[in-house]
Design a protein around this ligand. Structure first.
Ligand SMILES: Nc1ncnc2c1ncn2[C@@H]1O[C@H](COP(=O)(O)OP(=O)(O)OP(=O)(O)O)[C@@H](O)[C@H]1O
Ligand SMILES: [Mg+2]
Length: 217
């Protein structure tokens, strides 16, 4: 079982959006997926409540419940656990990072978002976990993307897939859907599919690597 955590102390950058969309992408790829919502705001849980499909499964947990929840997930043969964390420095953030095999750090291509990343990266580095930034809510093209990739690459690896600002992400979320269910042929669905493939490959590679050679932030 692999554990993938979405983390950044910058609020509103896209943790929950990536978490639920990648959860559905993994489920569509026939993985057994559990989402753990550790954010007291409960945004992922609200999405799940609006959802008709039962899968992926979702549960709310706090920092003290995480180990037990992961034990149950292992016993129930889940392949993948995705953890959505709050956009503030809370004990649940460190607990989630500590439990994870890989961390995704969403970041919008704005100076304010980029300035907020070093503290998140410091937490991940302290806990010696591999991570990658994913640029989110980007314009469809333009210099800002390249500039942000260059700026972030000083702090850590940047995923080769960027997620563009698309109202379909918001409309899907409002209806308890992933973008791949809301607009399967759209560009956003394609971005998420590519990000899921890249993430899964990355986690497979990490599992094969000896600990000291892992791509630590
Ligand atoms: N690619 C996108 N295109 C359009 N809207 C987006 C995109 N990604 C996220 N959003 C919207 O931006 C808002 C914040 O996104 P999200 O809730 O995923 O961020 P978050 O990091 O989980 O926030 P928080 O720190 O509050 O938990 C939401 O309204 C979401 O629908
Ligand atoms: Mg959130």
């Amino acid at each position: 079982m692999r554990v993938l955590t979405f983390v950044t102390q910058k609020g509103g950058s896209g943790k929950t959006t990536l978490c639920v969309n990648l959860a559905v992408a993994a489920e569509q790829a026939k993985r057994r997926v559990l989402v753990l919502d550790m954010d007291p705001q409960g945004t992922a849980e609200a999405w799940y409540q609006d959802r008709e499909a039962e899968r992926p499964k979702l549960a709310r947990v706090d920092a003290g419940e995480l180990d037990q929840a992961l034990g149950i997930a292992r016993a129930q043969s889940f392949d993948l656990v995705l953890i959505d964390t709050p956009g503030r420095d809370e004990p649940s953030v460190a607990a989630a990072v500590r439990a994870s095999d890989f961390c995704i750090v969403p970041c919008r291509p704005t100076p304010a978002d980029m300035k907020a990343q070093p503290s998140t990266v410091a937490t991940i580095r302290r806990l010696q976990k591999p991570m990658a930034f994913v640029l989110t809510q980007t314009p469809p093209r333009g210099f800002r993307i390249k500039e942000a990739q260059n700026g972030l690459s000083v702090l850590g690896p940047v995923a080769p897939v960027t997620i563009v600002t698309r109202s379909a992400f918001q409309d899907a979320q409002g209806g308890g859907l992933a973008i791949a269910e809301f607009e399967p042929e759209g560009k956003g669905a394609d971005e998420i599919a590519r990000l899921w493939k890249w993430t899964e490959k990355k986690m497979e590679k990490l599992a094969d690597e000896p600990t000291q050679q892992k791509n630590i932030a």
